[in-house]
Design a protein around this ligand. Structure first.
Ligand code: HEM
Length: 185
């Protein structure tokens, strides 16, 4: 049970590290999704295209590992109490958005991993190639990449809701909710 009204430093560090990684992976993913392989290659050249795919996969797998660690800490340590307590509507809204974040940020890399493997492409993690876990199946790969795209938009929607909520607490209500996850102050 956490005694203060802030998350322990390790959980705050994990939160902001995952923010940076998710924004980077989303930006690269959207670029790959909008332009497609040929469009990316035409725009950025062959070497940069390979690097963008490799970075997307590597940082995506890192998000999966960090999210599993984060989920373990959240379950074992719990969350600090809100002081003063949130209104019921705020409590429900934040629980739903935070819950969906956990599900989406674990599911998204797993779907990307399986889609990549089913397409016959390497699951790159820095200089290594991780096991594909499933066999090659073009139709399955296309379905999984479609779901990967849809969940990407859902994550973007969650980010908008989450940031709007945080800004409301920070700038309008001026309570201590932002301090719970802040690295400063
Ligand atoms: C939280 C982690 C991840 C996020 C937020 C994310 C996000 C995205 C997004 C938004 C797209 C564009 C989809 C579209 O519009 O069609 C994309 C494409 C892609 N993702 Fe991910 N991704 C993640 C993890 C992964 C992982 C772990 C892998 C593989 C190991 C992966 C492989 C790919 C590939 C190969 C594409 C390009 C698909 C294409 O060329 O059509 N992703 N990703």
């Amino acid at each position: 049970m956490i005694e203060t009204d802030r998350y322990p430093l390790v959980q705050r560090l994990l939160h902001w590290l995952i923010v940076i990684l998710v924004l980077g992976v989303l930006a690269i993913g959207m670029t790959l999704g909008f332009l497609g392989f040929d469009g990316v290659k035409e725009t950025f050249g062959g070497a940069a295209t390979n690097a963008l795919y490799a970075y997307h996969k590597t940082f995506g797998v890192m998000i999966l590992a960090l999210m599993i660690l984060r989920l373990g800490l959240r379950v074992s340590l719990g969350a600090p109490p809100y002081r003063p307590p949130l209104a019921t509507s705020e409590h429900v809204a934040s629980r739903v958005v935070h819950g969906l974040f956990y599900v989406a940020l674990v599911a998204m890399p797993v779907i990307g991993w399986l889609a990549t493997a089913a397409g016959g492409y390497p699951v790159q993690f820095f200089g290594w190639t991780l096991p594909g876990l499933i066999g090659k199946d073009q139709a399955q790969s296309e379905t999984l990449f479609f779901v990967h795209g849809v969940v990407g938009w859902a994550i973007l929607g969650l980010i908008v809701l989450h940031v709007a909520g945080a800004l409301r607490h920070w700038l309008v209500k001026r309570d201590r909710v932002m301090a719970r996850m802040s690295l400063f102050g």
